[in-house]
Ligand binder design. Sequence first.
Ligand SMILES: NC(=O)c1ccc[n+]([C@@H]2O[C@H](COP(=O)([O-])OP(=O)(O)OC[C@H]3O[C@@H](n4cnc5c(N)ncnc54)[C@H](OP(=O)(O)O)[C@@H]3O)[C@@H](O)[C@H]2O)c1
Length: 423
Amino acid sequence: MKNLKVGIIGFGTVGTGVYKVLQNFNNIEIVKIAVKNINKKRDIENFNYNLLTDNAEEIVNNPNIDVVIEVAGGVNPALDLLKIAIKNKKHIVTANKELLAKHGSELFSLAKENKILILYEAAVAGGIPIIMPIKTILCANKITKIAAILNGTTNYILTKMGEKDLSYDVALKQAQELGYAETDPTGDVEGFDAAYKIAILATISFNKKVDINKIYREGITKITAQDIKSAKELGYRIKLIAMGQVLSDGKIDVRVHPMLVAKKHLLAKINNATNSIMLSGYPVGDLVLTGAGAGAEPTASSVVGDLLVIASELESSNNPLPQAICNHSQIANQINIGDTFNEYYIAINASNNPGVIGVIGTICGKNNINISTIMQKGINEDNTAEIVVITEVSKESDIQNALKEMLHSDCIKKIDNLLRVMN
Ligand SMILES: NC(=O)c1ccc[n+]([C@@H]2O[C@H](COP(=O)([O-])OP(=O)(O)OC[C@H]3O[C@@H](n4cnc5c(N)ncnc54)[C@H](OP(=O)(O)O)[C@@H]3O)[C@@H](O)[C@H]2O)c1
């Protein structure tokens, strides 16, 4: 295989993982590594600090570098650096989901113009091979549906809430202490990270550019210990689900939100920080891929895998596999959350008066909603009752109208939560 000279931008969790794995490959030379703080001590035995620079332009403008590995994260300065690298005809391997979800089109067009590759297996579900399989061995398929757990932090928090009856705040704190959640967990717990990943995955699966700004996104911060408990009693687990589907009229439904997942469903069994992707396509049928969605070593597996693909592509023809090039001329026609159809879980706080269940039933009926289960969860000290409703498949806009109407009735005090259900 061709000797490859690489520059690495970023030397944190993923960058050091990649560095360590690359020590096993004699034909790959690390020429330079860019970091933010050049004086930081690096936890690597016999590390040659001369490799470090705090000026990433030394990598993207270096004529001796064939491939730039970008594992710094964020949009700035990664976007500008990669544009320079591409114009300088360097192939790119990146783990940066945020950059690709927000600026993928621009980068892939520039890459096509310059006949270079951008590979990004690590950007979605860390160590799980999903991008390259969709673009290569699955390319005969029409993929119509994806449902996935793509964020380890939120899955860890929800798992612990379920196992130990913890509140969200306590489970988050424990996740932070154990290194599963960052000090500022917003990107994970509000669903941004999963939204970036499903934007990338839906784009390549459905062959149409999915706009990150049109993805409905809801995180897990409003999930209560009571929701988890009620879900369990009803035979469900709560998971943050990233999903995408092609509807019968060709429109695309892509979203990220917590769901009650029936406990017999494969995704309900995915616990702790593990990721899992279910994909349905013709002719392959249903596939499930499960594994580590993050961590230095699993992520390095994907980054180094991409790097070796580039090395072998360059050696074989200097013309990369067409499938490896990412180019989506069609724009996805994405639907709004109001136009989606789901089963719903509604947690209601109401006065403990006779007739309350009747009021809820009447409002649901008026809004085309069939109730499949309704149960009262007990009476609070203030003489209000906790009521849980599970609906049959209903339109989201009908549900929202019903909730508004419920809040106008005298006996319904509060809608504690509204979650979608997956059976
Ligand atoms: N962590 C995972 O398991 C995982 C999994 C899949 C994908 N990813 C993605 O991989 C990327 C890196 O994640 P990470 O967890 O490795 O991050 P990290 O541990 O925070 O490391 C970031 C690295 O980038 C360097 N850096 C920051 N700004 C820079 C700049 N302007 N120029 C040069 N270097 C700069 C930092 O330098 P200093 O060391 O000097 O601070 C640090 O070495 C992100 O896009 C992330 O979403 C991560």
